[in-house]
Design a protein. Structure first.
Length: 421
């Protein structure tokens, strides 16, 4: 169960109400016309989930493996990594997951040295099938582990990509199992597609419940039962010139990768030139409470008034670890929390920080999860994807392209193509 609350420093007026109604009608049209397919992935990905589980059960290599290495970058890995980071603390017996993302040769070399080929399933993810980072890393994996295309080695590779992409054609040619990504689902919106469903389900996570949570959130929104999403999007976009920065403070270490996923989703979707030729967007900043209270909070409290703050907290971590009732000489001032759980402490810090920010007149909203349950996380993923689409509509941009990123890719290719050795 998720609970939403806000302390936005303005009320809806006639103009805001019109913005909200127009945005609702436009996102409804996006769903109807299939502009993006993420809206219904909670339901549409169930056949992929079944296919992945059947394949895993029939694959002798996967049955005896204990590690899944995901080779991808950006939207091809961040969402999957976020879900693994949350649930690996609660799901005993799941396969270990390792992510090869950045072409940093130090990091790559260290990670490759820890991998046992005979126990590892490699999952290569690229929507376009030509993303340079994962394909380059995949080549290194092939060379490092002397992978050939015998039946035994083919059993330990899966690809996830668009149908008929170069990676799909490669897989088809060598008889490697490949799962498709829907053509109308972009990378940063793809975690509930095969991109996340396949590796996470094979790893042993309850992906069906995640999909159910996402589907329920989407259905409630389109039934106008989650109108706070429209209200938040309208507030953020109407005040974008004064407060263009949204800070997400997640009060749990295992939400760090989720926070990184939010930063990519928000930044790549909303930082655009709008349809009138203006540069626009909302800037995402991700932090972990209470760690980052001791750094970034000072800037929020007394720095420029250009930020809104979103808090995520978890009511019950289900660990019940208590602060010992011990008094240490000279540092008795810390005794006031003795006997409380660490869960109570971190949530107390969240509430105190939120109150202090509100007292400064800074706009705040909060999301509370009753626990780390799969349905909660599915709903949270869909919440942020819907919020992103609504903000994109209100900013008058194409939420689903990334021309700025593509420009850098073309320059990179040109640099290497012209570089003769």
């Amino acid at each position: 169960m998720l609970h939403f609350e806000n302390d936005f420093q303005s009320k809806n007026d006639e103009q805001t109400e019109k913005m909200m109604q127009d945005a609702y009608e436009k996102i409804l049209l996006e769903k109807k016309e299939g502009v993006s397919g993420y809206f219904t992935l909670g339901r549409d990905s169930l056949p992929i989930l079944d296919d992945a589980l059947v394949y895993a059960q029939s694959n002798a290599f996967i049955q005896q493996s204990d590690t899944i290495v995901v080779i991808g970058i950006g939207g091809s890995s961040l969402g999957t990594k976020a879900i693994d980071s949350i649930f690996r603390h609660y799901r005993k017996g799941s396969k270990k997951m390792l992510f090869l993302e950045n072409p940093d040769e130090i990091d790559l070399s260290e990670k490759l040295a820890t991998i046992k080929k005979e126990k590892t399933l490699f999952v290569v993810v690229s929507k376009s099938g030509s993303t340079i980072e994962p394909l380059s890393i995949f080549k290194e994996v092939i060379q490092y582990f002397a992978i050939d295309y015998t039946e035994d080695d083919r059993q330990q590779i899966i690809t996830i990509t668009d149908k008929n992409s170069p990676l799909h054609k490669f897989s088809d040619y060598y008889g490697i199992k490949s799962f498709p990504i829907p053509s109308n689902v972009g990378g940063r919106f793809s975690v509930l597609s095969a991109v996340g469903v396949v590796p996470l389900s094979i790893a042993g996570y309850d992906i069906k419940s995640i999909l159910e949570g996402a589907s329920a959130m989407s259905e409630r929104f389109f039934a106008k039962k989650e109108n706070h999403l429209l209200q938040k999007a309208a507030f953020l976009t109407r005040h974008k010139d004064k407060t263009p920065i949204n800070v997400l403070f997640s009060y749990a270490n295992c939400l760090e990768d989720f926070t990184k996923w939010y930063v990519q989703l928000w930044g790549e979707s909303l930082g655009k030139i709008d349809k009138n030729g203006n540069h626009t967007g909302l800037t995402p900043v991700g932090h972990i409470g209470s760690t980052d209270q001791h750094s970034f909070l000072q800037l929020i409290m007394q720095g420029p008034r250009d930020k809104t703050v979103t808090f995520i907290k978890v009511t019950n971590f289900k660990k019940d670890l208590k602060i010992p009732d011990i008094s240490l000489k000279f540092i008795e001032a810390a005794d006031y929390v003795n006997g409380y759980t660490f869960n109570e402490l971190i949530n107390g810090e969240c509430e105190a920080t939120k109150e202090s920010i509100i007292n400064e007149g800074i706009s705040v909203d909060a999301i509370t999860l009753d626990s780390f349950h799969e349905k909660n996380i599915g709903a949270l993923i869909m919440y942020y994807e819907l919020l992103t689409s609504l903000c994109g509509i209100m900013l008058n941009v194409n939420t689903y392209d990334q021309p700025g990123v593509e420009t850098g890719k073309r320059i990179l290719k040109n640099r290497f193509t012209k570089n003769e050795r």
